[in-house]
Structure formats: structure tokens, C-alpha cells
Design a binder for this molecule. Structure first.
Ligand code: FAD
Length: 354
């Protein structure tokens, strides 16, 4: 199939979608294995780690390292081994018809490449609220990851926004550091499992957590230099106060807080797999083979692999995403080797069929 400009698409051994930590780790391993990877940046070059100023838990950096610095080092390492990075966004993937046919990777800008193997390392985006102050203060007092940033807030007052399992788990974790964790949830009832609600109620009784039901975050105040000064909250006795802002029962008030953790879920970036037959769970995370031994990052389509937060809805850490990126590159390498062997033996097999 030719491109819209009539040219044959470029053919690559391996294409990797994503330059987050999973994609770059895959690129380092793939380039060293001689698989000449083309690595696509997507709309967020460097991925989620570029949103954080301080990564304190990545092994090997006892003084911590900034997210962008870590990513830049990994990108240089991948490029030193021969990986090629390109600023393209994958729009759709058309799997090859036969097992030995390449997959067609189509870009949002219109062009396409053919790839013998493809690794989806397109991550998951933390959902945000789009309230004033949120963008400017992300990484400067606003976070979407308690495991990553909680320890920066010792003995401080924290606000967790959300009402599901993730919010309860994050709030529970943050009690290790915070003087008080306030949980703001837009409804009366929490959506979390009974286990987490019991755990949080125990923390409420111990005075470590305070619940703010029917309450929503309206704005975050502060500066990147000075951090968060406070937040503006909305309350309505029947919930969803933002939708009822003009209702006389809605109260709007300022609240002193030092840090805000948004825990309203993640959206995996997997739209481009629609119609490919690649399985995802209800939330959109890619289903891979998993288990023990090799091949854990295989999807149901031969030659297509997935790694990092695009698969892993649970751990979602730099080190785990990187680990899976390494696995995907090794799985892709085994696949490309077996593909080469099949192609080499095909004429002989065809001859013996006569
Ligand atoms: C604020 C914040 C702080 C964090 N701090 C830490 C920390 O201190 N320690 C820690 O271990 N973890 C931390 N994390 C978690 C960590 O960043 C993630 O677990 C990790 O980045 C996941 O890596 P990934 O490569 O799977 O995905 P991502 O980092 O999400 O990267 C995804 C990549 O895929 C690209 N992409 C998306 N869609 C497409 C497409 N259609 N086509 C092509 N490319 C596409 C994106 O542009 C991006 O380059 C933090 C997360 C956040 C949000």
C-alpha cells in the first residue's frame, strides 16, 4: 500500500510508540540488539516524568534527579546506540494480514511506516480537573502520584481529590508523612471498595484523615517559586457543587493547604489500537501475555508488544515501566529473530510442498 503522496512507506524492523521511560528503555535494548528502532515521541516527549522536578526513588541517583534530566540521559543513551527519535503521533495501527507481513503504523500527520515489530509504550495520562492554577503548579505542590511525591510533604497539610480506590490508597499512603490528609470528594458516597473505606475510617478515627464530602476543588493558589498557598473549594449538600455553582446552597470557601494530590484516575493512551483485535480491559489498558518466562509483553497480535503504564494500571512507577520496556525489547528481538528464520526457510518449505 502506498502513502497519500504515492510513495511506498518506509519499512522499519522495529517501531516504538513513546519516549517515556518504557519506550526509551526499550529503545536502548533494541538499538543494542541491532534492531534499529524508530522511536515516536507522541504529544508528550519524555512522558510523565517530564512533569516532575524531583525523582527521588529511581535507583542509582542517591541525591535524586529531575524527571527531564533522567529522560534526557536515557534519550542520549538510546541515540548513542543508534535509536532514531521522531516527533510523530500514532493515529492507528493496521496489523499485517499474514504473520510475516509488516504492520502499518499510521501517523496523525498523514504519513505511515511499515514495521516488522511494534512496541506500544504510550503510557497513561493522569486525569486532571482543568481548574485554575493546576497546570502552573503541577510539580510545584500539585501532584498526581503520592508514591512519587508524598515524602516531599512531611508534616504538611495535604488535600487528596477523588473518591475511588486510588484516592483512598493515596490518602492512606500520605498519612505516613502529612500532619493531616483531607479528602475532597464531589459526592456523599465514596466509590472505593469496602476494604479501603474501612482503612480510611480507621485513619479518620485516629485523627490522621478528614473527609470533605460533596466538595470539589475550584482553584489552586500559589506560585512555582513559593509552592501552594491554599485552594478554593465548593460545597453543596447534595454533591456535584461545580455543576450547581449558582445554587444559593452552594458554598465557596478558601482552605489552607500545602499540597494537592489529584487521584481521579488515569487514561491509557491506546485509542490507536481500536479495530486491531488487540485486547484491552474496560479502562483501555492493553492485555499482554504476562506470567513467567519470556514473551510476557506479547499482545494477541504477533509482532505487537506493549510495555509500561499502557499495560500496568497498578504499579505505575518509572522503574517498573522501564523494566517492562526492557522485556518488550527482548521479546521483540526474539520475535524478529524467529521471523527472519521463517522467511529464510520459506522457499525451501515451499519447494518441499511440491
Ligand atoms: C507528576 C508525576 C510525578 C511522578 N514521579 C515519579 C517518581 O518520582 N518516581 C517514579 O518512579 N514514578 C513517577 N511517576 C510515574 C512515572 O512517571 C510513570 O510511571 C512513567 O513515566 C510511565 O512511563 P511510560 O513510559 O510507561 O509512559 P509515559 O511516561 O506516560 O510516556 C508515554 C509516552 O508515549 C507517548 N505517546 C502517547 N500516545 C502516543 C501516540 N498515540 N503515538 C506516539 N506516542 C504516544 C507520549 O508522548 C510519551 O512520550 C510520576 C508521574 C507523574 C505524573
Amino acid at each position: 500500500m502506498t502513502d497519500s503522496d504515492g510513495e511506498d512507506p518506509e519499512r522499519r524492523r522495529l517501531v516504538i510508540a513513546g519516549t517515556g521511560i518504557a519506550g526509551l528503555t526499550a529503545a536502548i535494548y533494541a538499538a543494542r540488539a541491532g534492531n534499529d528502532p524508530l522511536v515516536l515521541e507522541g504529544v508528550e516527549p519524555g512522558g510523565q516524568l517530564t512533569l516532575t522536578t524531583d525523582v527521588a526513588n529511581y535507583p542509582g541517583f542517591p541525591e535524586g534527579i529531575s524527571g527531564p534530566d533522567l529522560i534526557e540521559r536515557m534519550e542520549t543513551q538510546a541515540e548513542n546506540f543508534g535509536a532514531e527519535t521522531r516527533h510523530s503521533v500514532v493515529e492507528s495501527v493496521v496489523p499485517g494480514e499474514e504473520e510475516s507481513d509488516p504492520h502499518r503504523i499510521e501517523f496523525a500527520a498523514g504519513e505511515a511506516v511499515l514495521a516488522d515489530a511494534f512496541i506500544a509504550a504510550s503510557g497513561a495520562s493522569a486525569r486532571t480537573l482543568n481548574v485554575p492554577g493546576e497546570d502552573d503548579l503541577m510539580g510545584y505542590g500539585v501532584s498526581t502520584c503520592a508514591t512519587c511525591d508524598g515524602a516531599f510533604f512531611r508534616d504538611q497539610e495535604l488535600l487528596v481529590v477523588g473518591g475511588g480506590d486510588a484516592a483512598m490508597e493515596e490518602a492512606h499512603f500520605l498519612t505516613k508523612f502529612a500532619s493531616t490528609v483531607h479528602i475532597a470528594h464531589r459526592r456523599e458516597e465514596f466509590r472505593a471498595e469496602a476494604y479501603w473505606i474501612d482503612e480510611i475510617e480507621r485513619k479518620v478515627e485516629a485523627g490522621e484523615v478528614e473527609l470533605m464530602r460533596n466538595t470539589e476543588l475550584a482553584a489552586i493558589e500559589g506560585t512555582p517559586e513559593g509552592g501552594i498557598d491554599g485552594v478554593r473549594l465548593l460545597y453543596h449538600p447534595e454533591g456535584h457543587p461545580t455543576d450547581k455553582r449558582d445554587d444559593p446552597s452552594t458554598e465557596e470557601f478558601d482552605f489552607d493547604i500545602d499540597g494537592v494530590f489529584l487521584a481521579i484516575g488515569h487514561t491509557p493512551n491506546t485509542n490507536y489500537f481500536e479495530g486491531t483485535g488487540i485486547e484491552t480491559d474496560d479502562a483501555g489498558y492493553v492485555e499482554t501475555e504476562g506470567g513467567r518466562g519470556g514473551g510476557r509483553t506479547r499482545t494477541g497480535v504477533p509482532g505487537i508488544f506493549a510495555a509500561g503504564d499502557v499495560v500496568d494500571f497498578h504499579y505505575q512507577q518509572a522503574i517498573t515501566a522501564g523494566g517492562m520496556g526492557c522485556q518488550a525489547a527482548m521479546d521483540a528481538d526474539s520475535y524478529l529473530d524467529s521471523l527472519a528464520r521463517t522467511t529464510e526457510t520459506e522457499p525451501a518449505a515451499a519447494a518441499s510442498d511440491d
